[in-house]
Design a protein around this ligand. Structure first.
Ligand SMILES: *Cc1c(COP(=O)(O)O)cnc(C)c1O
Length: 382
């Protein structure tokens, strides 16, 4: 099956009793047994639920994995990966991470004895240089949030494995989605998604995903998911299955509109830098071109007027772009990283990363592109 067929049919089968084309929503916590321990593969909803199984099979199919896992949030999915480690183990992560990931690493897991180093993953050498004998996990986000930096998944995976095959490479693929890049095919061991974003695609659920291609790792992750309990609910699983069926069509339009918005901003007199991996002069454009099918719908930019007042003036004056947290839905959203998505990162770290008051992040939706450009023009002149 090609990707555009997998989003609709991957891992799916007709429900046996009625032939229902969509999987029923199994709103049940438990399943009858004919004799103690004898059941039809489903015993208790924290372990498995048929609607969640259908979604997890879809997750595995779209990332070219063998196993998928659905969690109650993206953070719960990351938490599950980190629980593979033990005190003293070290994690190498990118220095421009989703704010919540940074918060979880530094304020939760550090407390339990995990060590983290944050490196600029624009250059694969920075990752290998940070490896020690205690390194157990490399955590990649690409493109990064909000500065759209690109890490070379294939090069990082192969150079890490060349040093130590037992170091796991995990990729947060939330921004790109498997429509644009497939980390497991590029050598990564684990793919993670905030399915809240593009996979769900309609801003109507909170969910996380893990996908892997190796049975032993899948077994460990399933054990942690079952033991810790942060599972996706049946109704949310149904919504995510429904969302994924249109992923390829939505992504195509997100990419088209994203490019138009990036070009518009680049040529606008009130706009400074524009962060978009599709530009020839993006520092890692060649890697983006190599590992991504297209460049996605996320665009960040700076206003030339660097004041907080100018940023707020813009943010309060878009009408179609809704000022809100999150991204990846059909509707366009605008975000002020310093005060919103990245507020949990210390001011010093934000400054170092270049996440300042003038930086604005757009999640370009699939509306009519002329309406979107008009909305931006209006807000820039407000
Ligand atoms: C939103 C997001 C997360 C966290 O996912 P939740 O579903 O909000 O828990 C992690 N990584 C990235 C890149 C995100 O955008």
């Amino acid at each position: 099956m090609k990707f555009n067929t997998k989003t609709i049919h991957g891992g799916q089968k007709l429900e046996e009793a009625t032939g229902s084309v969509m999987p029923p929503v199994f709103l049940t916590s438990t399943f009858a047994q004919t004799s103690p321990g004898k059941h039809k593969g489903y015993a208790y909803g924290r372990g498995t639920n048929p609607t969640r199984t259908a979604l997890e099979n879809s997750f595995a199919a779209i990332e070219n994995g063998t196993h998928g896992f659905a969690f109650s949030s993206g953070m719960a999915a990351i938490d599950c990966v980190l629980r593979l480690l033990k005190p003293g183990d070290e994690v190498i992560a990118g220095d421009d991470l989703y704010g919540g990931t940074y918060r979880m690493f530094t304020r939760l897991f550090k407390k339990y004895g995990l060590e983290f180093s944050f490196v600029n993953m624009n250059f694969s050498e920075n990752v290998t240089a940070a490896i020690t004998e205690n390194t157990k996990l490399v955590w990649i986000e690409t493109p990064t949030n909000p500065l759209m930096k690109i890490a070379d998944i294939e090069s990082i995976s192969s150079s890490v494995k060349a040093i130590n095959t037992s170091i796991l490479v995990a990729v947060d693929n939330t921004f790109a989605t498997p429509y644009l890049q497939k980390p497991l095919d590029l050598g990564a061991d684990i793919v993670m998604h905030s399915a809240t974003k593009y996979l769900g695609g309609h801003s109507d659920l909170i969910m996380g995903a893990l996908m892997v291609k190796e049975a032993e790792l899948a077994k460990e992750l399933h054990f942690i998911q079952f033991a810790a309990g942060a599972i996706a609910a049946p109704m949310d699983s149904f919504l995510a299955i429904r969302g994924i069926k249109t992923l390829h069509v939505r992504m195509q339009r997100h990419c088209e509109n994203g490019k138009a918005v990036a070009d518009f901003l680049k040529n606008h007199p009130k706009v400074g830098e524009v962060y978009y991996p599709g530009f020839d002069d993006h520092p890692n454009h060649d890697i983006a071109k190599k590992q991504m099918k297209d460049f996605g719908g996320m665009v960040s930019f700076r206003l030339k007027d660097q004041s907080k007042a100018a940023a707020f003036q813009f943010l309060e004056n878009t009408h179609i772009f809704t000022l809100a947290e999150s991204l990846g839905g059909v509707e366009s959203l605008v975000n002020h990283p310093v005060t919103m998505s990245h507020a949990s990162i210390p001011q010093k770290e934000l400054l170092k990363a270049g996440i300042t008051n003038s930086l604005i992040r757009l999640s370009v939706g699939i509306e009519n592109v002329e309406d979107l450009l008009e909305d931006l023009e209006h807000a820039l002149n407000a």
